[in-house]
Write a protein that binds this ligand. Structure first.
Ligand code: KIV
Length: 295
C-alpha cells in the first residue's frame, strides 16, 4: 500500500466535490488524478461510484455513442443533451464539457458564447478545447476571462487530425515536441487550469512535465503526467476492435451486451420469456366478469 498522502479516497463516504484548488493539491502531493469520459446518466453513475476526480463529456461522443467515424460532426446541441444527462448522474467529480469542432474557432466571442451555454444549460463546471496555436490560446484566454475554467489539449488533437497528418502520435521529432512544449506553456499562461497531453512519446512527457505548473492529464502520454484519462467505451470494451495502442481494456461489455440480447432473442423465439414470474395477475372474479362482458 502506498504511504503517500492523498487528498481523498474514492471509498470515503464524505468525499468532497472536486474543485480546482483540490486538483492543484493533488498535483502538489503527487496523488494521481483520475479522469474518464461519460456521455449519459449510466456512465456518469459508474464514474461517480468509482470515485473518479474528473469527468469529461468528450466530443469522442461522436464516435462512441453517435456512430460517426470522426469527432468533427458532433455539434453543440448534441453535446448539451449528453452533458445534461451526465450532470444528472454526478455529485463529486468535476464536470468538464468538451467544446465541439466549429463551436469556438470563429472568434473569441463565439468561444465565450459556447462555453457559457455549456455552463448554464448543462451544468458543466469547466470546458475543454483543443489545440495550442494562436487561435486556441486566444479562445482559452477569452473564456477564462469570462470566468469559466478551461482545460487545454495538446499533442494529438482529433478535431484537427487531418491537418496533423492523421490519427497518430505527435511530438516525435525535436521540432514537433518543442512546439507542443510551447503550446502547453502558452495555454498555461492563458489561464488554463489543466491540460490534456494526447498521444506523445513518454520521453517527451518526461521533458515537458517540469515546464508545466498546472495538472496534466495524459492519454497515451506515458506515466509522467499528473493523471490519466481513458475513453469510457475504450476501457470497458464497448467497441469493435482494441482501439489505440494506449488503451487498456478492463471489461468486455460489448460482448456482454451482445450475449445478453442474443439470449433474450432466443428466449422470445422459444417462448421461454415471459415466464409466470414476469407477468401480472388479476382477481379470478374480475376475470370472469370481464369474460362475460366480452362475449
Ligand atoms: O473527446 C475526448 O474523449 C477527449 C479525451 C480523449 C481527452 O478529448
Amino acid at each position: 500500500m502506498s504511504s503517500r498522502p492523498t487528498v481523498q479516497t474514492p471509498s470515503d463516504p464524505g468525499r468532497l466535490p472536486m474543485t480546482l484548488p483540490l486538483l492543484m493539491e493533488k498535483k502538489r502531493l503527487g496523488d494521481p488524478i483520475v479522469m474518464v469520459t461519460a456521455y449519459d446518466y449510466p456512465s456518469a453513475r459508474a464514474a461517480e461510484a468509482a470515485g473518479v476526480d474528473l469527468v469529461l463529456v468528450g466530443d469522442s461522443a461522436a464516435t462512441t455513442v453517435l456512430g460517426y467515424s470522426a469527432t468533427t460532426p458532433v455539434d453543440l446541441e448534441d453535446m448539451l443533451v449528453l452533458a445534461r444527462a451526465v450532470r444528472r448522474g454526478l455529485t463529486t467529480p468535476l464536470l468538464i464539457g468538451d467544446l465541439p469542432f466549429g463551436s469556438y474557432e470563429v472568434s473569441d466571442e463565439q468561444a465565450i458564447t459556447t462555453a457559457v451555454r455549456m455552463v448554464k444549460e448543462a451544468g458543466c463546471e469547466a470546458v475543454k478545447l483543443e489545440g495550442g496555436g494562436e487561435a486556441s490560446v486566444s479562445r482559452a484566454r477569452a473564456i477564462v476571462g469570462a470566468g469559466i475554467p478551461v482545460m487545454g489539449h495538446v499533442g494529438l488533437t482529433p478535431q484537427t487530425s487531418t491537418a496533423l497528418g492523421g490519427w497518430k502520435a505527435q511530438g516525435r521529432t525535436a521540432t514537433a515536441a518543442a512546439r507542443i512544449a510551447a503550446e502547453a506553456q502558452a495555454l498555461q499562461e492563458a489561464g488554463c487550469f489543466a491540460l490534456v497531453f494526447e498521444a506523445i512519446p513518454s520521453a517527451v512527457s518526461d521533458e515537458l512535465m517540469p515546464l508545466v505548473e498546472i495538472p496534466v492529464i495524459g492519454i497515451g502520454a506515458g506515466p509522467a503526467t499528473d493523471g490519466q484519462v481513458l475513453v469510457f467505451h475504450d476501457l470497458l470494451g464497448i467497441r469493435d476492435g482494441l482501439g489505440p495502442r494506449f488503451v487498456k481494456r478492463y471489461a468486455n461489455l460489448q460482448q456482454e451486451m451482445n450475449d445478453g440480447i442474443t439470449a433474450f432473442a432466443e428466449d422470445v423465439r422459444t417462448r421461454r420469456y415471459p415466464a409466470p414470474e414476469h407477468t401480472y395477475s388479476i382477481d379470478p372474479g374480475e376475470l370472469a366478469d370481464l369474460h362475460e362482458r366480452l362475449v
